[in-house]
Design a protein around this ligand. Sequence first.
Ligand SMILES: Cc1ncc(C[n+]2csc(CCOP(=O)(O)OP(=O)(O)O)c2C)c(N)n1
Length: 284
Amino acid sequence: MTTPDKGPPPDLDALHRHAYALRRTMLQMAAGKGEGYIAQGLGFADCLAALYFGELRHDPARPDDPDRDRFLLSTGHYSIAMYAALAEAGYLDRDELPTYALNGSRLPMSTFDDLPGIEVVGGSLGQGLGQAVGMALGLRLDGSPARVFCEFSDGELDEGSTWEALMSGATFDCDNLVALVDCNGIQADGPVTVRIEPVADKLAAFGWDTVEVNGNDLGELTAALAGARAPDGRPKAIVMRTTPGYGVPTVMARERAHFVRIADGEWDGLLRELDEHYGVVAHV
Ligand SMILES: Cc1ncc(C[n+]2csc(CCOP(=O)(O)OP(=O)(O)O)c2C)c(N)n1
């Protein structure tokens, strides 16, 4: 178990290396298929690095430990990012990654909870935060020190179930719950058009202890996560402004980036762009 409460300050260089590795793994997995939900995965990689290699108390050797912190990925279609993180953290054998989205694979395009490290079934959007509130309440009743971290997206703020869960989390004083709201500005068919803004003000008005960060800045992310540890009776929310495709300019430039197809010969170029972003000597 890592011990974020008493541990040293985050090693940002190490987190950068993990975030780079996650992005590289995602691109390699998607290259095998020629397509995938890589834009949001690349945008969310920094948060995953900060969680799995810093904030979460977890042990890949004991994925069923009742006192593990829970991470719930509400947007099941971000699965490619999740599998990259689980492999990097040691839950999943890297040899299995090329089976992503193939028939019979344990790594479907939307997450399924029969894989160690996956807490909930994904796919039907708008469900994650409600499940997270229930888990947070259950853990509190059990006297567990575990916390629940729940990612959900700006697209899921179109859904009433998310707002019901936001009200519940505050009503039941779930201070063992951290919402990680991925505001990447896109949803299935283009930009987010429903008037969800100002997201942070709305969450604060709903009773959540809320901060807004650049979700691609590990310094801001780790500071926000540290600030979300206070057991002050309020659920915590971190509104993350992320850039779809972050680290890979060709994907960042895509106007419609929800689901990305790339021609066979072009994947190596994306890997080179990522290496350049991180100042790594290309090893494609
Ligand atoms: C309840 C439900 N409605 C619709 C869909 C279809 N769908 C899959 S992804 C997606 C986009 C949702 O927006 P967001 O999560 O913000 O997406 P992204 O940032 O990945 O574009 C939609 C509508 C779904 N999976 N579940």
